[in-house]
Design a protein around this ligand. Structure first.
Ligand code: PLP
Length: 404
């Protein structure tokens, strides 16, 4: 009889957004006359930029002609895209990242989830709390997290680093020494950002204790303040201790198109073994490359027109985030994020827990958000709203909340 990977049995309940979707569907079915507005989504709503669409059309035409048709893409990505990434995201920031250190993929989620395969089973993992659930769940599936305590909603082998008002949602260095440290800035869900000096402390710490930082920069395009690093490689020493994940989802609306990339510098080594070579081997074995037409679309994001158009989309979502931030502040809620991030993290002022507040908002304002507790125990008492909706819906939702 076959055996299953029983680690999957350990995963608690349904995925957060499935649980929210179910509640909203049930509510809408019971109240078909009410217009429910979602500020809970992490998905974009604006159509792809014209420069991206133009590049897609051109690439599709190329695929239809024998002379320009492309089959399998190079495992690690086309040079035209890797070169554009280096020029657009790293060169001007003095990060010293080379094109052959970029691994193109179909998004940051799969890379964030798969990267743990490179590390030993007994590795100790540290995560921010609250956290993007993929980091923890992918380690659960790999059997790396120990046992789950439903009371505290924590895993025995995971080092949780609370991110609360007290530390402005930037974790402190952990007391127990981890092997792998997941950091995500600007942060999902809290919307907080980390200064270069703060991130440098993390890099110095990782070098000192021999840990690897897995740095998720999916929201880098939303940074508006000058002392916030766009890449961990802006910090000295990061090339020997950090892997960085990027996504085209939130900066250019590729959530449905799918494109991302991971950076593994060649200096990142375990003894003589290069993690770059390991990931190249893994990529070559398990992945056959992002589609040519999508990589051309990604290249277009770095063109002059593409940059201007995608930055305008980011500004649109940030305007929504501001509407939420200021509207809720006026309504008396303590609010965070929304400055370098499309996420606004609000403190629930009453005795309600975050699922109760979800129900309260849904029933009384017909607005959907995301309960903070869904991101980890320290998310309890908080609530996430996002700027990814339309301007009109965002304004209406905020007005409704203000009237409560
Ligand atoms: N990382 C974080 C922190 C995210 O919030 C998300 C998506 O919401 C991703 C990664 C996934 O990005 P992608 O769409 O490129 O898979």
């Amino acid at each position: 009889m076959f055996q299953i990977n029983t680690n999957y049995q350990k995963l608690p309940g349904s995925y957060l957004f499935a649980a929210i979707g179910k509640k909203v569907r049930e509510y809408s079915a019971a109240h078909p006359d009410r217009k429910v507005i979602s500020l809970g989504i992490g998905d974009v709503t604006q159509p792809l930029a014209p420069a991206v669409i133009e590049a897609l059309h051109k690439a599709v035409d190329e695929m239809g002609a024998a002379e320009t048709f492309r089959g399998y893409a190079p495992d690690l990505g086309y040079d035209f895209l890797r070169d554009a990434i280096v020029k657009g995201d790293f060169a001007s920031r003095g990060c010293g990242i080379q094109a052959d250190e970029i691994f193109v993929s179909d998004g940051a989620k799969c890379d964030c989830g798969n990267i743990q395969e490179l590390f030993a089973q007994e590795s100790r993992v540290a995560v921010c709390d609250p956290v993007y659930p993929v980091y923890v769940d992918s380690n659960v599936m790999a059997g790396r997290t120990g046992t789950y305590d439903p009371e505290t909603e924590t895993w025995s082998n995971v080092i949780y680093m609370p991110c609360t008002e007290a530390n402005q949602f930037v974790p402190e260095l952990p007391r127990e020494i981890p092997d792998l440290i997941y950091l995500c800035f600007p942060n999902n869900p809290t919307g907080s950002a980390i200064t270069k000096a703060q991130l440098q402390e993390w890099v110095d710490y990782a070098v000192r204790v021999g840990a690897v930082i897995l740095y998720d920069a999916a929201y880098e395009a939303y940074i508006s303040e000058p002392d916030i690093p766009h890449s961990i490689y802006e910090c000295e020493g990061a090339r020997s201790c950090a892997i960085e994940f990027h996504s085209f989802s939130k900066n250019a609306g590729f959530t449905g198109l799918r494109l991302g990339y991971t950076v593994i510098p060649k200096e990142l080594k375990w003894g003589d073994v290069s993690l770059h070579s390991m990931w190249a081997r893994r990529h070559g074995t398990k992945y056959n490359g992002a589609p040519y037409i999508v990589q051309r679309a990604g290249e277009a994001v770095y063109s002059e027109a593409g940059r201007a158009q995608t930055m305008a989309q980011v500004a649109y979502y940030m305007e929504n985030a501001k509407t939420i931030y200021h509207g809720l502040k006026e309504a008396g809620y303590p609010v965070y994020g929304g400055v370098n991030s499309p996420y606004v993290w609000l403190k629930i002022p009453s005795a309600m827990d975050s699922w109760e507040f979800f129900d309260f908002l849904l029933e009384n304002a017909n607005v959907v958000g995301t309960p903070g507790s869904g991101f980890g125990p320290s998310g309890e008492g908080y609530f996430r709203l996002t700027g990814f909706g339309t301007k009109e819906n965002t304004r209406e939702a905020v007005e409704r909340i203000k009237k409560l």
